[in-house]
Ligand binder design. Sequence first.
Ligand SMILES: C=CC1=C(C)c2cc3[nH]c(cc4nc(cc5[nH]c(cc1n2)c(C)c5CCC(=O)O)C(CCC(=O)O)=C4C)c(C)c3C=C
Ligand code: FE2
Ligand code: FE2
Length: 351
Amino acid sequence: MTNMQTDPRPTHANADHPTVPRPKIGVLLANLGTPDNYDYWSMRRYLSEFLSDQRVIDYPTWKWQPLLQLIILTKRPFTSGAAYKSIWNHAENESPLMTITKAQTAKIKAEMAEAYGENVMVDFCMRYGNPSTQSKVDAMVKAGCQKILFFPLYPQYAGATSATACDKFFEALSRQKWQPASRTVQPYFDRPDYIDALAQSIEAKYATLESRPDILVCSYHGVPQRYLMEGDPYHCHCQKTTRLLKERLGWADTEITTTFQSKFGPEEWLQPYTVEEVARLAEQGKKNIAICAPAFSADCIETLEEINEEIFESFEHAGGEVFTYIPCLNDDDAHINALSNVIRENLQGWI
Ligand SMILES: C=CC1=C(C)c2cc3[nH]c(cc4nc(cc5[nH]c(cc1n2)c(C)c5CCC(=O)O)C(CCC(=O)O)=C4C)c(C)c3C=C
Ligand SMILES: [Fe+2]
Ligand SMILES: [Fe+2]
């Protein structure tokens, strides 16, 4: 153990000294973010923050901002808002991504409490919207976290996800008077426990089906093809995730395939596009398909709405018959176990 229990510093404020809380370690989980609501202004605020991030859209500001603010953000908040409305968790008045991230955090918190007691504090933040990364870093520092492990919940690295989450974390650290020591978690797509959790979820779903799907489509969120050419390894991480999953399942090459979804804007994105590929598969006679989304640690608008509606419709219109969506790992025990293993390993030497 560290010197946590024996730390001699004062814990109570004197007239000339602030309160110094007992030292702790923070584990800060981070996901992408989601709008506070699906009305026009909530959507516009969220999309404006998201799409103004140069890690996401890297066009020069002078060119992009007029287009974004005057054209895209007059229309997209309505269409995206309607999509969010169709999947909204009305009971909690929040999006599914928020509900699932809270559930994951609660389970990981319980795992960490069992392992480390009160020495480790677990919370989550979002890159865009609420709860902000800054607010959670501030809260951890205030609570006495002198070390923070920052964990972007993306199995594969992408500049548009993992790196921008870390940028925001470092920005929040830069504003601390007493800056904690910090670590960031590397991509975890190739860990056997993570691949195993994915494989188990697929095996469990297949076991419930009347007939075995002709193929499993692993549909990853896309990024512009140009980002790959400029050095972003996201494409390779996605391809390798499918290969490791195929090997773990013991399947043939023909039983599983990789596609990319959620294209945004006119540029060419990573291909094949899921929406086109599922139609091609149906036309080739693969009328019974399953689809999973291994780039997402939690179900969200891109899985619940895009896959289950737009992508499903494309398959059906091309003659497809059976379409099985396999949910993300969300707060599955095997997923929580893999994420907790990642945390325990990254805390080594700190606790
Ligand atoms: C999982 C990895 C993700 C990558 C890579 C990614 C890249 C990326 N995304 C956009 C544009 C949008 N993405 C949107 C939603 C969204 N994206 C991810 C994940 C990745 N994005 C998630 C988890 C979500 C869902 C959030 C939720 O609240 O459920 C949206 C908003 C929805 C919409 O209006 O369509 C946009 C826009 C770009 C441009 C990009 C890469 C450059
Ligand atoms: Fe996205
Ligand atoms: Fe690649």
